[in-house]
Design a protein around this ligand. Structure first.
Ligand code: ATP
Ligand code: MG
Length: 417
């Protein structure tokens, strides 16, 4: 039997429903904030990610799905959206409007990772990219928005962590100081971090292994090496968050994986045990260099991405409101007649969610279906109902039962909604 590839999942039943409802919620949510939906290709030329994510990152270094197409072009399945969205912004000259552009996306990403709890090879990201303005207040708005988004889904016990990498000067200076510090402990680094030492030393700070060791925990902090402009900027972000009444924690080891982050970085973390080491649901920050690195104008930007499957893992545990919509009516059809069939379609036309049995089934097997579907009402239609022009309506919660004339069924139902 052919099985799904390692690190992929099928979402159906309850999980499929949560996924679909999250996607719908996302579109509604973003409308309130007046963001534009953007759809970019699922694969791009490999060079885009090498430049846009950074050759020094873990993602491009070992996690991408690369292939040559039949025209011998080197392609990569998108491991994230930011590079593609920024490419689209530049290629379509969206910057010529000379104003803030606010995009959001929702779709699959691909990374060749070791599959484990919360870590897949195909996963879904929802995220935003806001391009054209550098403002601490905007950064705070974006952080708060991500938090509100998760809260609106009913996720509790979330923690917002923020940090700053400062501007280019501050970050480069810090990088050298950090390397100097870590070099004294080089031999004790895990293999991955040994490899990161030259290409991406900042990432050692949030290594799942080394990041928890005292030596690394006590490493110099970005915050102590910022120039004045960078310190002021970070203070403004904090003040803006406080203005909105947002609880946050400054985590001086938070660095994020990409090369082009500047100033604000943040994560939203869940306290659930179900995700193991993959408890970060959302990550983001400011990336003022990326647009120009991809040959666009020197426009600043800020954004975040969050993992939908990690959200599903949390939501399926709770008896969540995102699942509460059930069907309105199950028509228990016990006769071979067109009347139940017609009634089913009439109910739909009046906006009711219904199910009916198309095959003749006995009552016993249909009550099993009722148990599964858990409708608000069961309409029972047998010989007596047909002959006398009524429907037996059972309220599935109170178990109360009434005989209602066929012509009055919709009216009767309307009184409950
Ligand atoms: P991590 O540190 O967990 O590897 P990351 O820094 O690689 O995360 P980002 O590139 O910032 O993650 O992606 C943003 C979000 O996308 C993550 O916070 C997470 O929710 C989700 N995500 C990233 N990689 C995976 C994956 N392999 N499987 C499922 N979700 C993922
Ligand atoms: Mg990762």
């Amino acid at each position: 039997m052919i099985q799904k590839p390692k690190g992929t999942i099928d979402l159906f039943g309850q999980k499929g429903k949560i996924f679909k409802n999250i996607e719908m919620y996302t579109h509604d949510f973003m409308e309130l904030y007046n963001f534009e939906f953007v759809k970019v290709p699922m694969f791009e030329t490999s060079g885009l990610f090498k430049r846009g994510v950074g050759e020094s990152t873990d993602i491009v270094n070992k996690e991408t799905y690369d292939f040559f197409d039949k025209g011998n072009r080197e392609m990569t399945l998108r491991p994230e959206f930011t590079a593609g969205v920024v490419r689209s912004y530049i290629e379509n000259k969206e910057y010529s409007y000379n104003r803030l552009k606010k995009y959001y996306y929702f779709g699959s990403c691909f990374r060749y990772e070791r599959p484990q709890s919360g870590r897949l090879r195909e996963f879904t990201q929802f995220g935003v990219e806001v391009i054209g303005v550098k403002s601490a207040k905007l950064d705070a708005d974006i952080i708060y928005m991500a938090y509100k988004y998760l809260g609106g889904l009913g996720i509790k016990n979330l923690k917002i962590k923020i940090n700053t990498l400062g501007d280019n000067d501050s970050r480069n200076k810090y990088k050298e100081i950090l390397k100097d510090y870590i070099s004294k402990d080089y031999e004790n680094l895990c293999d991955l971090c040994k490899d990161r030492f030259e290409r991406n030393p900042l990432r050692i700070l949030d290594c799942k292994y080394d990041g928890n060791r005292d030596y690394i925990k006590n490493a110099p902090k970005t915050i102590d090496y910022l120039n004045e402009e960078s310190i002021n900027y970070f203070n403004d972000v904090k003040s803006a968050l406080e203005t909105l009444g947002v609880n946050y924690e400054v985590d001086t080891t938070l660095v994020r994986g990409l090369d082009y982050y500047t100033h604000t970085v943040f994560e939203i973390v869940s306290d659930t045990d179900d995700l193991g080491l993959a408890s970060t649901i959302c990550g983001g920050g400011r990336y003022d260099n990326l647009v120009s690195v991809l040959d666009g104008p020197d426009n600043p930007a800020v954004g975040f991405a969050l993992g939908i499957e990690r959200i599903i893992t949390i939501l399926e545990k709770d008896n969540n409101s995102i699942l509460s919509d059930s069907i309105d009516v199950y028509i228990m059809n016990l006769v071979n007649d067109y009347l139940p069939y017609k009634l089913n379609n009439d109910l739909r036309e009046n906006g009711y969610i219904t199910e009916i049995n198309y095959e003749e089934k006995n009552m016993k097997s249909q009550w099993k279906i009722v148990d599964e579907l858990n409708p608000s009402f069961v309409f029972i239609i047998g010989e007596d109902e047909i002959n006398n022009g009524y429907v037996t309506i059972k309220d599935n919660k109170t178990k109360e039962q009434n005989k209602v004339k066929i012509e009055e069924v919709i009216e009767y139902l309307n009184t409950y909604y």
